[in-house]
Write a protein that binds this ligand. Structure first.
Ligand SMILES: C[S@@+](CC[C@H](N)C(=O)[O-])C[C@H]1O[C@@H](n2cnc3c(N)ncnc32)[C@H](O)[C@@H]1O
Length: 185
């Protein structure tokens, strides 16, 4: 499998409003987010999903956006300020093999991992860290792009998540992705 990391400049395209023509963050995430929740957007890029998540958790909630590339996070922070959402978004860079979320153990209600796992070198470790950050009934929406990843690769990554303690709640229909809703078992 290609482990090529998405170039930082593609972040601008991924965060473009044009993407809303086929992926509407509110439609995808509304069933999973409520006011006051703590949510994680892992591999956030420049924030296409982070900002709608911040709107949905409201002023009493919090979104932690994490990305490997500092240019993604720098742009996300600028956009958060412009949108006046910076008070509820904690944007962080991480390492290839460490999400640096030990401080969040057992505190997260919901995590999103959209189009990221195929870029991660050690997916068991990656899922284990998310599992540990979630509350006992916390959920993970995990999706991979159909353009890069075939069904069998997605099924294999999902099996890795299950080996790390997740159970499958249900498959999900998210346009141009293979997707599943998982729960901390
Ligand atoms: C294809 S982009 C998807 C961005 C965003 N989730 C979206 O759907 O718009 C993949 C993102 O994952 C990040 N990434 C790659 N490997 C990572 C890792 N090991 N840990 C955290 N982020 C990573 C990349 O820097 C990039 O921003």
């Amino acid at each position: 499998m290609d482990r090529h990391v998405c170039p930082w400049w593609l972040g601008y395209l991924l965060a473009s409003p044009i993407r809303r023509l086929w992926q509407k963050p509110e439609e995808i995430l509304r069933p999973h987010l409520r006011e006051g929740m703590t949510a994680l957007d892992i591999g956030s890029g420049m924030g296409f999903f982070t900002f709608p998540m911040a709107e949905m958790v409201g002023p009493k909630g919090k979104v932690i956006a994490i990305d490997l590339q500092s240019k993604m996070i720098k742009s996300l922070k600028k956009r958060a300020k412009r949108k006046e959402l910076d008070d509820r978004i904690d944007a962080r860079t991480c390492d290839e093999n460490s999400l640096r979320i030990d401080d969040l153990k057992g505190q997260v209600d919901f995590a999103l991992v959209m189009a990221v796992v195929h870029e991660v070198p050690e997916s068991p470790q990656f899922f284990r860290q998310i599992h540990s950050a979630l509350k006992p009934d916390g959920r993970l929406l995990f999706a991979e792009p159909t353009g890069h990843i075939d069904e069998s690769e997605f099924t294999s990554s999902r099996a890795t998540a299950v080996e790390q303690g997740f159970s499958i709640v249900q498959p999900l229909q998210v346009k141009r992705t293979h997707a599943a809703l998982l729960q901390k078992a």
